[in-house]
Design a protein around this ligand. Structure first.
Ligand code: ADP
Ligand code: ZN
Length: 694
């Protein structure tokens, strides 16, 4: 007799174990099979996934009635590789087996009835692909052209591609970290690797941080390999389209999947290659449960599938570089831009000196002069500020009162266009009162700059020039973002003001000057990753300047000019930044030396929440030992102290990487215990290396 351990589809949070069934003699049953089984007393059947097969019955089940699997649903089955990754995800992401399996399962629903005619095979998705392509900023390439041949590679590209290709040829499962300055031609290396995968009859997953900002990459893949065997997974797909794409990928009529974070779960068999472009981007970390990191999932999948992973970036994350230098990844470096245009010249401007010299405007003397020069030469300018709205907070100059969101307790940002103070977390907004609600004094004041204000000040300073703004607010309506970019590309706009939306990936021909209005906004966010993000962001925006023949110039305005992140960005010194940053991380026990585990306790009652957080702290110390005390921080109210109806408290554990398994066992046990105790009145959420500490 043989038996299968099955993970059942269920909504109940309490069910997270294997149920054993007899396999009978169902054909095709294997690890990963989707099966239909009888469950509990219910008459209705449940579906589930086979996680293991064995010949012997577990001793504790001897003599019990073991029911039989009723059917296999081959079309929606997973691979054994996916199941292996699910087992890992359950530990790493503190989720249930079924939550992990759902990531791999068909996204969307099986269409109730087949809708003629586009349901047949690839047509629908080629249609979807055409949508993405015509949506492109430049409006280019609606129909896929015939495959174009690869251009001759540069020496550096050839070397990098050669090492990846040899690993693939030899069937070695390796992870490559491809560090290449902006414009060095990383995409050509990805394309060469994908070509090798095709040659070996294996499949490729290509991840990009955000599909809407990466038309150019998609277009290059389509131009090289043709649209027929490429699937693009983007957020505009309907549920039915999503399901169809899944079946198409699973069924083997697709060789390359391009998509954002969740495409890392593309249900390929014969997976040969996973590419993550801009691997340092925060969008690879899921902010919904399961809170996986797509970089980690990709590395895990590569190992389980015997595939190669390529992590590419101009500014790899500190964690990835560290892993490369520990020998876990192979590092490949592209030092030169393809067209050999030198990297832009970066000038750091000390805004304290500007202020002392009487300049209170948003433009330093140097940036202002450079902008005038650019316009005289018929060039364009990008102005970057990582905060939308008019001002960052509204406060009373007499008593220090700050307007805060009543639900989230974070300070409100003033938006002049709607004349309201808005919570950037939950979207709630209020009118700004005439008098201070706290002391009654007249006139609240607006502090800190946002893009809305930069736009207005720019129009005042350069009345002859056309100015546009690109941020979450100005791109709310469909197509507006595309129009802003198209106008700028076509030269109809002289100056584009924007948030990090304009920092990434965009390739403009005519930008001579990039101004970072204030680098301090990112630098001053209370998060250990702020220097890393600042370095990455400055490097990325700087990469938008002078992409063609002429060298561009970049002005970085800051009150902290001597900060190592800014100094390293100024001199394009990744190595220097890496060394300084690693020193701080080690001293303060942050990643890569530890995992920062965020434990959020939430409850509708504040006292219950605070009490629960304290109980969780004691339970953790009891389980892990008193030695953990210095590594366990909190509890304290979360910066976003209330989300929806729930109060939130945070605990942080700096978990030593070497003892990962010990933490995983202790914390998952704690989570299960609390979350299944209906009398507790509070629940916990665990996020390993969260994107944000809010
Ligand atoms: P990165 O992704 O590293 O910033 P890209 O791959 O976008 O750089 O390359 C920058 C530009 O150089 C692109 O316009 C690309 O088409 C061009 N390019 C890169 N490598 C080659 C090559 N070997 N032959 C021809 N053009 C190339
Ligand atoms: Zn709010």
């Amino acid at each position: 007799m043989s038996y299968a351990d099955v993970v059942i589809e269920t909504r109940s949070d309490n069910v997270d174990n294997f149920f054993t069934y007899e396999t009978g003699d169902l054909p095709g049953l294997r690890v990963g099979s989707k099966v239909i089984v009888p469950f509990a007393q219910e008459r209705a059947k449940r579906s589930g996934y086979v996680f293991a097969l064995h010949e012997e019955l577990q001793p504790e089940l001897e003599g019990k009635r073991i029911r039989r699997i009723e059917a296999v649903c081959e079309e929606e089955s997973l691979t054994a590789e996916a199941i292996e990754v699910c087992r890992w995800m359950r530990r790493r992401c503190y989720c249930r087996y079924i939550d992990a399996a759902r990531c791999f399962a068909p996204a969307g629903k099986k269409p109730k009835r087949e809708e003629a005619p586009e349901s047949s095979g690839g047509k629908g998705s080629v249609g979807a692909l055409a949508d993405v392509l015509t949506d492109s900023a430049n409006g280019a390439l609606a129909a896929a052209p015939l495959p174009v041949p690869a251009p001759p590679l540069t020496l550096e590209q050839r070397r990098a591609a050669g090492r990846i290709v040899s690993a693939m040829e030899a069937g070695r499962s390796e992870v490559f970290l491809l560090r290449g300055v902006t414009g060095s031609g990383k995409t050509e290396v990805y394309l060469a690797a994908a070509e090798q995968a095709l040659k070996q009859g294996r499949r490729t997953i290509m991840l990009v941080p955000e599909i809407s900002l990466t038309h150019q990459t998609v277009e290059r893949f389509v131009a090289r390999f043709g649209a027929e065997r490429i699937a693009v997974l983007h957020s505009a797909l309907t549920q039915n389209e999503r399901y169809r794409e899944w079946i198409r990928i699973r069924g083997g009529s697709v060789d390359i999947v391009i998509g954002a974070r969740s495409a890392v779960f593309a249900p390929f068999e014969k997976l040969g290659l996973l590419i993550l472009d801009e691997e340092h981007e925060g969008t690879y970390k899921s902010d919904m449960s399961p809170k996986y990191d797509a970089v980690e999932v990709a590395v895990k999948r590569a190992k389980a599938a015997g595939a190669v992973a390529v992590l590419g970036s101009a500014t790899p994350s500190i964690v990835s570089s560290y892993r490369a230098r520990q020998g876990l990844y192979r590092e490949l470096v592209l030092t030169k831009r393809y067209n050999t245009t030198p990297l832009p010249n970066l000038t750091v401007v000390d805004m304290r000196k500007e202020l002392a010299g009487g300049n209170k405007s948003v433009f330093s003397e140097a940036l202002y002069a450079a902008m005038l020069d650019a316009f005289a030469a018929r060039k364009q300018v990008l102005l970057f500020l990582n905060r939308r709205g008019w001002s960052s907070f509204v406060s009373c100059p007499h008593c220090g009162y700050v307007m805060r969101c009543e639900r989230c307790n974070i300070s409100l940002t003033y938006h002049k266009s709607d004349n309201r103070a808005v919570c950037h977390f939950c979207g709630e907004s209020r009118a700004v009162p005439e008098a201070c609600p706290s002391c009654g004094a007249e006139g609240l004041r607006y502090y800190g700059l946002g893009t809305e204000q930069v736009e207005e000040r720019t129009k005042e300073a350069f009345p002859e020039r056309t100015v546009a703004r690109m941020d979450l607010d100005s791109t709310k309506t469909k197509g507006s973002g595309k129009k802003i970019l198209r106008d700028f590309s076509a030269g109809r706009t002289d100056i584009l003001v924007g948030t990090q939306m304009i920092a990434k990936g965009l390739d403009f021909d005519n930008v001579a000057v990039v101004g970072v209005i204030s680098a301090d906004i990112t630098l001053n966010i209370p998060d250990f990753k702020s220097p890393e993000r600042t370095f990455q962001l400055i490097t990325q925006v700087a990469g938008r300047a002078g992409r063609r023949e002429e060298r561009g110039s970049v002005y970085v305005q800051t009150c902290l000019p001597e900060h190592y992140a800014i100094e390293a960005a100024r001199s394009h010194d990744y190595e220097g930044f890496y060394r300084s940053e690693l020193y701080f991380r080690e001293t303060l026990a942050y990643p890569p030396y530890t995992d920062v585990i965020q434990i959020t306790v939430f409850s509708e009652r504040e006292d219950v929440c605070a009490g629960g957080a304290e109980a969780a702290r004691r339970a953790i110390l009891a389980r892990l030992g008193e030695a953990e005390r210095p590594r366990l921080l909190g509890p304290r109210p979360a910066p976003i102290a209330k989300a929806g109806a729930d109060y939130r408290y945070h605990l942080y554990l700096k978990a030593e990487a070497a003892r990962r398994r010990v933490y995983e066992a202790a914390l998952s046990e704690l989570k299960r215990k609390i979350n299944t105790d209906s009398a507790a009145g509070y629940r916990i959420m665990i996020d390993v290396n969260p994107f944000s500490l809010m």
